[in-house]
Write a protein that binds this ligand. Sequence first.
Ligand SMILES: Nc1ncnc2c1ncn2[C@@H]1O[C@H](COP(=O)(O)OP(=O)(O)OP(=O)(O)O)[C@@H](O)[C@H]1O
Length: 277
Amino acid sequence: MTETKPSRLAVNQTLAAQTTASMHAGTSTLIETEKLSLSYGQSKALKEISIKIPEKLVTAFIGPSGCGKSTLLRCFNRMNDLIDNVRIEGNIKIAGHNIMSREVDVIELRKRVGMVFQKSNPFPKSIYENIAYALKLQGLRSRSELEGIVENSLRGAALWDEVKDRLHASALGLSGGQQQRLCIARAISIKPEIILMDEPASALDPIATAKIEELILDLKKEFTIVIVTHNMQQAARISDYTAFFYIGTLVEHDRTSKIFTNPTQKQTEDYVTGRFG
Ligand SMILES: Nc1ncnc2c1ncn2[C@@H]1O[C@H](COP(=O)(O)OP(=O)(O)OP(=O)(O)O)[C@@H](O)[C@H]1O
């Protein structure tokens, strides 16, 4: 009888999972998936992903287009619930709690796990209202409290000095980079634990991109950040850990310095050195 050898992909997945399990010495895991698979209809976008994401650090997801980075990111605040025909297997825990359980209040989950998208999406309202609106919806009425949170959030997103004299002007009059920082201010105003960022700087010029990167480095003091990026230099500059994905599988997850200087997998090396993708 011939023994079936595990495929190279399966071996890589196991290695990646072992690395992710052992490398976080001195950090605590905030997000953890176990054998997470996701299909859109018949098409499998994530295959048995097991990853541990550390708290209050920046983790970058990299990999060629269509490898499942955004899909995995959207699992962390159950944004995939909004898409028809999605089937998910495996576990996702945040701070040890299963977020896939029926009892989870998804609105509450999304308050804990904020999101910033590739294309900034401010409301067609004033700069002030972009932040105050959600807080008012949550029942906050005190004007002084609202003003305090708006100011702190704009300061936290490194935007206050640029907009403090025009808080009641339309947010749509801001530059693309300012609009993206406003979206980050809006995300942090409700004090999430985690901020998911899906290519937050890909539509911005180098100066606006540098501001967002600086901001991310500052935000990790308070928040856990997971960022999808196609920009290798960006991942190398701002992230502490990097996970490399390929066609729905996690190939390698390690300290960013290791991924970019001495990756374990040849596939990772080929990708980070620009040989494919
Ligand atoms: N809403 C959807 N319905 C059906 N298939 C989808 C949907 N969203 C993504 N997919 C498919 O799932 C796979 C993974 O897509 P995903 O957007 O997660 O990849 P990605 O790595 O983030 O890609 P990119 O870097 O191009 O943004 C792709 O094959 C994509 O076509």
